[in-house]
Design a protein around this ligand. Structure first.
Ligand SMILES: [Zn+2]
Length: 430
């Protein structure tokens, strides 16, 4: 029951029956708004039981359009084997191996719904792969602008999905500039192009907000004390906070009603009903959120010389910066950074201890959790959800740093040069 779009800066309303970008008055991010009172009357959380295990199980609070779906969402909420009250939400199991599937499933669904033919995206990597896959599934053209040094998997998957790829000598901000230049061209209007840049259209947030619904549903309609989220563009953070607001209005959280799909262990963890402290983790090589948070600012400055192996965190200035900082403040959260060395160690530790081969961005959550436990920000009894936003399989070229567990075959053996090294020499890094 989508009713309209609303500017998150000035509150201006926009019709939701046509493609929209940002507020024409102040450039504010537009949020989809629903008739939640009506939804509350017609649909309850208990009705979710037995529904398809994808993010579209929450279609009551998503736009009414025929979904372009590859099975995204409803990813596992894995109890940590190391920390008793920690859960790892493993988004690496999504189609295209990352949480970007959710936002792009929603955005491409709406683009197709509006009859758009060509979709453009500037991406640090995984969003490009997700757009390319969903565009292929929807039969629309994807035009991708990504840094030339993105992980090889991102570039190769886009090629295979049949997307038009432009490799840009720069960062995602330079890619965004390319899309902005294209937007001013005549061909853009004539051919029905659409820009699905982070927070520059309203529906990626809608897809990502389903992570918030899932956290609540998988914890028995209760919320954890904390959520640690690797923050590049911050869409998931925005989306989850929006989901909490909606679920409160719908009466889905705080209620003792039906608790479908919850293991006894999850029922017993004693989770609070208040909203979680939201924690942004960034790479020390690109930490505009951390800097602005520590300086008490309400907007961010462009981070110069951004460099990190966590390519999804190479976002020098998120467009929704004011929303991210507002959520940190309202949730009594915090922003912390992790160095590339800490991230690599954490990725290896998680793989070995939890059996989860995480994306570097996801592994950064473990670094943040350790720091916040050491500082006393989180107590051992606090339930905290860590978001592994993608699969390590998408980052083989940056994670290929052999550990001490790798034994080399003798030099005279035919396998002295492992095939994987040979292949890596051909396909990357770029
Ligand atoms: Zn506005």
């Amino acid at each position: 029951m989508l009713t309209h779009l609303e500017c998150t800066r000035c509150g201006e309303h926009y019709p939701a029956d046509r493609p929209q970008s940002v507020c024409t008055k102040d450039g504010g991010v537009l949020y989809a708004r629903y008739d939640l009172a009506k939804i509350k009357k017609n649909f309850s959380a208990a009705q979710l039981a037995g529904r398809t295990p994808t993010m579209w199980r929450y279609d009551a609070v998503l736009p009414d359009a025929d979904p372009v779906s590859l099975g995204e969402g409803f990813t596992p909420m894995l109890p940590s084997r190391e920390f008793p009250n920690v859960f790892i939400k493993d988004e690496g199991l999504n189609p295209t191996g990352s949480f970007k599937a959710r936002g792009l499933s929603a955005a491409v669904t709406m683009a197709r719904h509006f009859g758009l033919k060509k979709i453009a995206i500037p991406s640090a990597g995984n969003a490009a792969g997700a757009l390319a896959a969903y565009a292929a599934a929807a039969g629309v053209e994807a035009h991708i602008f990504m840094p030339k040094d993105v992980p090889a998997a991102n570039r190769i998957e886009c090629d295979y999905y049949g997307a038009h790829v432009t490799l840009v000598d720069g960062l995602i901000s330079d890619c965004a500039r390319k899309v902005a230049e294209l937007k001013d061209s005549e061909v853009w209007k004539k051919d029905g192009w659409f820009d699905v840049s982070t927070t520059k259209e309203p529906y990626r947030v809608e897809g990502k907000k389903t992570m918030g619904y899932e956290v609540a549903e998988q914890l028995g309609w209760k919320l954890p004390q904390g959520i640690i989220y690797p923050t590049g563009g911050g869409v998931g953070l925005l989306g989850m906070w929006k989901a909490f607001e909606e679920m409160e209005a719908l009466g889905w959280i705080g209620s003792e009603g039906g608790v479908p799909h919850v293991s006894p262990r999850l029922r017993d963890v004693g989770i609070s009903t208040g909203r979680p402290k939201m924690v942004c983790v960034q790479s020390a090589g690109c930490a505009p959120v951390v800097k602005a948070w520590e300086e008490g600012k309400s907007s961010m400055e462009m981070w110069t010389n951004a460099a990190t192996l966590a390519s999804g965190l190479r976002v020098p200035k998120p467009y929704g910066d004011y929303l991210i900082l507002d959520i940190l403040k309202k949730s009594k959260g915090i922003a912390v950074s992790a160095t590339d060395e800490e991230i690599l160690e954490a990725a290896r530790h998680w793989a070995k201890v939890e059996g989860i081969f995480a994306a570097p961005e996801g592994a950064a959550c473990l670094v943040a959790y350790r720091k916040l436990r050491a500082s006393g920000f989180f107590k051992p009894e606090d339930t905290v959800v860590l978001f592994n936003t993608g699969s390590g399989m998408k980052y083989l070229d940056v994670l290929d740093v052999p550990g001490k567990n790798v034994a080399r075959a003798p030099a005279n053996s035919a396998s002295a040069k492992p095939a994987v090294r040979h292949i890596a020499g051909i396909i990357g890094p770029y």
